[in-house]
Design a protein around this ligand. Structure first.
Ligand code: PEP
Ligand code: MG
Length: 555
């Protein structure tokens, strides 16, 4: 048994035999053909039509948008202009391999030069050319293999074309050697709920046929696991499945204490999925996601429309909208124009909004208008608040626009340490554990080399959460958690023990967290929180909580 480490996406666990993605074929040599021109032409024709036919039949099998993509690819493969280009090279005495390779590469360059939609099709040509070459060589086409049984796919990384067609009934899990938490593979895995560990530097050691357990929650791939490990993984997978099919009850602990379960959303279109998964409202709407590609500040009308669509999806429910959080990992061209050496410590979040107060005022106007047109319970909050003065500034401004519930995000240790004074001026606090961890541990959340520090289980982070929880309890103000930490079921219980009254997360995490909360009472959550706080580091905190939880009765 060997353990390989990477970045886990989601909380799932899966096991099965490895199938490695077929690597790209090397470019052929330009050597003169030993065959006649007619023979080479026949080979090229046969390979191209076989590939076109295969793409068409794969498309028919996939249906939907994938079918359109594949039918377009089949048409490109048989494009007469492209065939003329291949023929011209064959007439010059080339092999079919070289003629196809070179003609497709030329066509690719032309499409790229045109740009726009056609430019985006350039990468498709590589895929088609690879398939034709594979056919000519008599080897399997590069890409996702089809071994005829469920498997764990191990790849360097996945191209969008590969991911579009992944057969989710066959692919038990994904393991990649490249790619971080924001890679294409990671995004796809998150979206489709596929168990995945990315950035496994030693993934090359995994061979086709070898059995592995892929544990996304721990970010570990175990090859040749023991029977015991396999049984434990199977049990966890079964528990997750039963959490997935459990009734969508409001969040609560085993003793009935309500813990509101909310969704983190980036666009109104995702609201329906959150509702379907039992979100009781929205705990973090990241408004900056709507405008990441905009070079100019969005208009009030534009914003009002998006906010109205969001609020309309949650009648009578709480919806917490965050003001534009620009800077560092999410720069907005219209808010962050100056170069900064350390953007994470720069003019970001509320600081950037304050420097362009007209944009902040327009956003509050749009929100107030959308609020007036809908029935949701709108709460607004400012990101990256560091001081009591900033809290007063923002809440006063929000009230000027008639927005009745105004709070702050606690993402900077300074505002956690003074939470009692911050909360005296805010209606609520929402703890962003991603940034709070980054700033507490002084570890850039985007940097793989320090990712070991970016762990919200660290007792230093938990102590800050306790500050905010205690201040909220003393003042009777809600304290939510909206960072990734809330999506970790065991940590979610600890956060509740530290005083969190609501938890907001990616909708796909709701079922696991809901099920886990139901297994613990508030007293137990507090004991678990104490155990985590008493640890020296994140790993010991996790272990202490797991040990103590094992001694509690089943509810
Ligand atoms: C956070 O920092 O935890 C948070 C929720 O905000 P974001 O991840 O968007 O910075
Ligand atoms: Mg943040």
């Amino acid at each position: 048994m060997t353990e390989l480490r990477g970045v886990g996406i989601g909380l799932g666990v899966a096991q099965g035999p490895v199938v490695r993605m077929t690597e790209a074929l090397p470019a052929p040599e330009n050597t003169p053909s030993a065959r006649s021109v007619d023979e080479e032409r026949a080979r090229a024709r046969e390979a191209v039509s076989a590939v076109a036919a295969e793409l068409t039949s794969r498309g028919e099998a996939a249906g939907g948008a994938a079918q359109e993509v594949l039918e377009a690819q089949a048409m490109i493969a048989e494009d007469p202009t492209l065939q003329d280009e291949v023929d011209a090279r064959l007439d010059g005495g080339s092999t079919a391999e070289w003629a196809v390779h070179d003609a497709f590469a030329g066509f690719r360059a032309t499409l790229e030069a045109v740009g726009g939609y056609l430019g985006e099709r350039a990468a498709d040509l590589d895929d088609i050319a690879q398939r034709v070459l594979a056919r000519l060589h008599g080897v399997p086409a590069p890409g996702v293999p089809d071994p005829g049984h469920p498997f764990v796919l191990v790849a360097r990384d996945l191209a969008p074309a590969d991911t579009a067609l992944l057969d989710l009934d066959r692919v038990l899990a994904l393991v990649t050697s490249d790619g971080g938490p924001t890679s294409h593979t990671a995004i796809l895995a998150r979206e489709k709920g596929i168990v995945a560990v990315v950035g496994v530097v030693d993934a090359a050691a995994l061979a086709t046929g070898q059995t592995v357990v892929v544990d996304a929650a721990a970010g570990v791939v175990t090859s040749d696991p023991t029977d015991d490990e396999r049984a434990r993984a199977a049990q966890r997978a079964a528990d997750r499945l039963s959490a997935d099919t459990a009734p969508l009850t409001p969040g609560a602990l085993a003793d009935g204490t309500p813990i509101v379960l909310l969704a983190n959303l980036g666009k109104p279109a995702d609201a329906a999925d959150a509702v379907a998964r039992g979100a009781e409202g929205v705990g973090l709407f990241r408004t900056e996601f709507l405008f990441l590609a905009s070079s100019q500040a969005p208009t009030i009308a534009q914003q009002r429309e998006s906010y109205r669509e969001l609020l309309a999806a949650f009648p009578g429910r709480k919806v917490v909208v965050r003001m534009l959080d620009a800077g560092a990992d999410k720069p907005l061209a219209f808010l962050n124009d100056a170069h900064e050496e350390n953007p994470a410590l720069g003019l970001r979040g509320l600081r950037a909004l304050r420097a362009s107060e007209d944009i902040l005022r327009e956003q509050l106007t749009a929100l107030a208008e959308a609020d007036a047109e809908t029935d949701a319970d709108l709460w607004v909050m400012a990101p990256m608040v560091a001081t009591v003065e900033e809290t007063r500034y923002f809440t006063a401004l929000a009230r000027e626009y008639g927005l009745k519930t105004a709070g702050v995000m606690v993402e900077v240790p300074a505002s956690a340490l003074l939470a009692d004074r911050v909360l005296a001026h805010a209606d609520f606090a929402s703890i962003g554990t991603n940034d709070l961890t980054q700033y507490t541990m002084a570890a850039d959340r985007m940097l793989g080399s320090v990712s070991g520090f970016q762990d919200p289980w660290h007792p230093a982070v938990l102590r800050l959460v306790r500050e905010v929880g205690s201040a909220g309890a003393a003042l009777g103000k809600p304290v939510g958690i909206c960072g990734e930490a809330a999506a970790d079921p065991q940590l979610a219980v600890v956060l509740v023990g530290l005083g969190a009254t609501s938890l907001s997360m990616a909708p796909s995490a709701l079922a696991d967290v809901r099920a886990t909360l139901l297994t613990r009472t508030l007293d137990e959550a507090r004991l678990l929180a104490d155990a985590a706080l008493a640890a020296d580091d994140a790993a010991s905190a996790r272990a202490a909580v797991a040990r103590l939880a094992d001694t509690f009765p089943q509810h």
